[in-house]
Ligand binder design. Structure first.
Ligand SMILES: Cc1cc2nc3c(=O)[nH]c(=O)nc-3n(C[C@H](O)[C@H](O)[C@H](O)COP(=O)(O)O)c2cc1C
Length: 344
């Protein structure tokens, strides 16, 4: 049964009707498609309760790093390149494995006790190693689902693309053999055959793909001649990459999709839903405007549905994916050529 969140709407054609914001994402029933993405905003119970209070459909907890689970992680965390792992910034202290793992398991447990919306635990990993055994504990603590943030930096000259892709597939296969709860994988766009890769991940049983992870971008200060961090938050125009790929593949992939990167308001959320995502994940906008901004986004989503006379989110999800539009090449190269050289 879907956990419905009906809103009474007066339609343009006259009369009231109920708008149903609910969505099904990776087998979970969400009362609406707004997910609070993994970040420090979802790392403590007060913030998580605030997400629910503001109306979020689900929360993804702050990631636990594979390195934190596997070892005396302080040293490893200190050695992680902060120019790549923005997420690692939140872990500045040097602590033991038990500290991180126990603290995380308690967060999952407390979140489940406190919240009624689905709680998605998150792991940041780079191998199909022993950490997977510990992921079972998240399930035991009641996590409704698991999101794996996988990013292998392809800087090793000895590793070809196939061997790197195989690591993602091994992780997917192994985790699916260990846990019964749904598993999402948050990936970046940097695969040479992205559609093929996503199809293979779905083939390993991954229940949802989160498109796309936003990597931390380094910058160079030309006065101090130092490498520095570029802006940690996204810009709204960064939505175009996930939007394009969700539109291209949502009609053909066997798993669900959620969008992350660049959703800064109801318009961004509506776009990714039209393209075929089942939910949108918000981070930067909540860091900038506060968790309460979820309420505004939901209200604007309802207003838009009223104007377009959609009674349910499912009525318009995916209607503008590539498969369903009259001009399917709009998402592909043809449009680009037209724009640049005017060939019609
Ligand atoms: C400060 C910060 C910390 C983050 N920590 C995590 C994390 O622990 N795990 C994760 O999967 N993503 C993490 N992210 C990425 C966000 O979940 C999100 O995918 C990304 O910021 C793009 O969405 P946005 O455009 O709404 O910010 C973090 C992002 C920021 C800015």
């Amino acid at each position: 049964m879907l956990d419905k969140a009906p809103v009474l709407i007066y339609g343009m054609s006259g009369g009231f009707f109920m708008s149903d914001l609910s969505t099904r994402y990776m087998g979970l029933s969400l009362k609406n498609p707004v997910i609070a993405a993994s970040s420090q905003l979802t790392s403590n119970i007060e913030n998580l309760a605030a997400c629910e209070e503001a109306g979020a459909g689900a929360v993804v907890l702050k990631s636990l790093f594979e390195e934190q689970i596997l070892s005396d992680s302080g040293k490893i965390m200190a050695n992680l390149d902060p120019l790549v792992h923005a997420e690692a910034y939140d872990y500045s202290t040097v602590m033991s494995q038990e500290y991180y793992l126990d603290r995380y398991l308690k967060l999952v447990q407390d979140a489940k006790k406190t919240l009624s919306i689905p709680v998605i635990a998150s792991l940041n990993c780079v191998t199909a190693g022993k950490w997977i055994d510990y992921a079972v504990d998240f399930e035991k603590m009641g996590a409704d689902a698991l999101e794996l943030n996988v990013f292998i930096i392809p800087v090793d000259f000895k590793k070809d693309s196939l061997s790197i892709e195989q690591i993602y597939l091994d992780i997917a296969k192994k985790i699916k053999s260990k846990v019964k709860i749904p598993v999402a994988m948050k990936i970046g766009p940097h695969f040479s055959a992205l559609a093929h890769m996503m199809k293979n991940l779905a083939g390993e049983g991954i229940n949802a793909l989160v498109l796309f992870n936003r990597f931390y971008k380094p910058d160079i200060d030309i006065e101090s001649l130092a490498v520095k961090a570029a802006k940690i938050t996204s810009q709204p125009d960064e939505i175009s990459l996930p939007l394009q790929w969700i539109s291209l593949i949502s009609g053909e992939l066997s798993c669900d999709l959620s969008a992350t990167t660049g959703i800064h308001g109801a318009d961004g959320l509506i776009k990714v839903l039209l393209a075929g995502a089942k939910a949108g994940q918000l981070c930067s906008i909540l860091l900038m405007k506060g968790i309460g901004y979820i309420k505004t986004i939901l209200s604007e989503l309802s207003d838009w549905m009223e104007r377009h006379e959609y009674a349910a989110v499912s009525d318009f999800t995916g209607i503008l994916c590539q498969e369903n539009i009259i001009n399917p090449e709009a998402y592909e190269r043809t449009q680009y050529i037209k724009a640049l050289v005017g060939i019609s």
